[in-house]
Design a protein around this ligand. Structure first.
Ligand code: SAH
Length: 227
């Protein structure tokens, strides 16, 4: 079973949207599991301090290496086979290929950063893989962890209704998806493209592929580069 463990300073943000819809149903049916760990349980002193001022000066606070390592060591034994992911704008950008890989593994251990980030030393010492969900800055890793886990969980066996629905989507074949239409047949003067009503499946498949290519060329030419 796919097991997700999340280390956070805001445990009350979970399961959040993972408790709803596809992922929530899967959770209730035991198709995957979610464990939330409060980093503050390993905080220091009476105030359970987890952060401190940056060495060298500057704005903000930094999550302490000793506190984060203690939280991690208590949540996952050293031989836990799951990758340890640190949500971080400096990380490798998450994509569908990595999501698919993760979803086929034993699960994930996800660390949500806060403040200015985490002490650099814990990243190397605990072999954390930094993962970014895009080139912008969030206020914390919690939203990013929800994104990552949602993307993984929907690919797990038994989660999605139509089995093929995971295969035809944007990125799965390196292209953006073709446009969709449904009833009514005419809407505000716009008809559904006639080919889709032709019943000719080969023709429809060709049309969709052509549309995918055109959209990808126009919007995401970077996806077509092969190197
Ligand atoms: N000072 C850092 C940003 C800290 S934002 C920098 O400039 O790189 C606080 C936390 O939010 C981070 O530690 C990380 O866990 C999370 N976060 C912010 N943006 C993110 C992104 N694009 N992807 C993944 N996590 C992100």
């Amino acid at each position: 079973m796919f097991r997700a463990s999340v280390l956070t300073l805001y445990p009350e943000m979970f399961p959040g949207l993972l408790g709803q819809s596809l992922s929530g149903d899967g959770l209730a049916r035991g198709l995957w599991s979610l464990e939330i760990k409060n980093i503050r349980d390993h905080g220091l002193g009476r105030h359970r301090a987890v952060d401190d001022t940056p060495a060298g000066g500057g704005a903000g606070m930094v999550l302490r290496a000793d506190v984060l390592a203690a939280a991690l060591d208590a949540s996952a034994p050293a031989d836990d086979p799951r990758p340890r992911l640190l949500m971080s704008p400096r990380g490798r950008p998450l994509n569908q290929a990595r999501v698919r890989e993760l979803s086929q593994g034993p699960g994930v251990i996800v660390i949500c950063g806060r403040f200015e980030g985490v002490d650099e030393r814990v990243i190397a010492q605990r072999q954390l893989e930094e993962v970014s969900i895009g080139d912008y800055i969030l206020s914390g890793g919690e939203v990013a962890s929800l994104v990552l886990i949602d993307a993984c969980v929907r690919l797990l066996p038994g989660i999605m209704g139509a089995a093929q629905s995971g295969q035809e989507e944007s990125f799965e074949n390196g292209l953006l998806e073709y446009p969709h239409y449904t009833r009514p047949r005419d809407w505000e003067g716009l008809p559904i493209p006639p080919v889709l009503l032709s019943g000719d499946h080969a023709k429809i498949a060709r049309w969709r592929h052509e549309q995918s290519l055109q959209l990808t060329r126009a919007r995401r030419p970077d996806l077509l580069k092969t190197d």
